[in-house]
Design a protein around this ligand. Sequence first.
Ligand code: NAD
Length: 441
Amino acid sequence: MKISIPSIEERKLKLERLRKIILRKEVLINKALMDDLGKSHFETYLTEVGFVIEEINFVVKNLESWAKPKKVSTPMNLFPASSYIHPSPYGEVLIMSPWNYPFQLCIAPMIGALAAGNRVVLKPSELAPNTAKVLREIIEEAYKPNEVRIVEGGVAETQELLKQKFDYIFFTGSTAVGKIVMKAAAEHLTPVTLELGGKSPCIIDETADIDLAAKRIAWGKFLNAGQTCVAPDYVLVPKKYQHEFLERLNFHLKNFYGDSPAGSPDFPRIINEKHFDRLEELLIPEKIAVGGEKSRVNKFISPTVMKDISWSDKIMEDEIFGPILPVLPYEDLNEALEEVAKRSRPLAFYVFSEDSKKAKAIMREMSFGGGCINDTLMHLANPNLPFGGIGGSGMGSYHGKKSFETFSHMKSVLIQKTKVDIPLRYPPYNGKLSWLKLFLR
Ligand code: NAD
């Protein structure tokens, strides 16, 4: 089948056009994210607009070299041939996104898909309708429907969409829906990337700088009111430091959001009442060490920390995905790590330690999508680090060059010469085996 492939120049123009329109519509994007999630303009720039602008700049700068056919070496027995890998587009790509970073999680994968020369069908989340509306405006201004098409709708519409044949499906969302997507993709043998969620642990060891750990964990957990796929889901802390850790968390949370986080312009809201109710059920009043204020009408739960949590508490069953942080005190680090390793492999994993040898050994031995030593979330800020999960937290990855590779089929081409034609491979084979063994040994 012959497919029309946009030139590298055309792809760059598509991305530059997108950047221009996003920057022009920044006020509308800010308002949409404020209306959908109560997100401050600072957080919107940091995690949505600024993030995708950086990604566009990085991709435009490097696209030429990534997209070039790459010559690879050719073994002697194929002499005088030469060999190349041609990154080529899949064709039509379906990108489906969740509501928590409703702008970034539509645009960032789309950047990779367009850079690789694909056409895109974009399905934003129905739970962030204001952002979906701005996305439609941007897409319809930037692209013809045969370049990027936006399809809005809920579960029924998505299931209809999944019945159609695409050449690649890129899904970001829950593990449960990830399974539905993969089943639908299997019907057409469509390859998938699944960017899913799960419970991302955060381990503090005995050598850690407790104050700095508390500050960086508080930031990573309560950004976007905890509705971040790579947010620390729970913290394991040495029992003797639990008190100090809670005290430092309280201190930093007061510095971040004041005495009354409900009045802070920097603290977002829960996406909807259903999620508010789900989160409220996870609270154990007698274990609340920090926060615990809530208001269903305002979809608000203050940054809340629960202490003395054990593995059997309900909050340790599923991904929390909200502003509640359980702290589990431990006596023995190895036992704590074994408990983590028994569970589904996390999307992110964080270690706080001043013993860099030990921290690196833990990172090497545990299985997870990606993570940081002495920080949270920041591995996503480096476009040279592929972002994705493993096992229950997903498959495949993207960001930067990895996005380009994810949305490209690596086509192999061998170019043979016609001036010589070595007869060894042709029948009759009689008497040729020993020669063959000289080449293939
Ligand atoms: P979700 O799985 O409910 O929804 C994601 C998308 O799937 C939406 O577009 C929605 O319309 C569609 N969908 C929902 N139910 C469906 C069904 N039954 N059949 C077909 N399509 C359906 O996820 P969400 O609640 O929007 O987002 C939260 C989840 O996403 C969390 O688990 C979080 O960890 C994960 N997440 C992962 C990443 C990542 O990069 N790995 C990023 C953000 C969020």
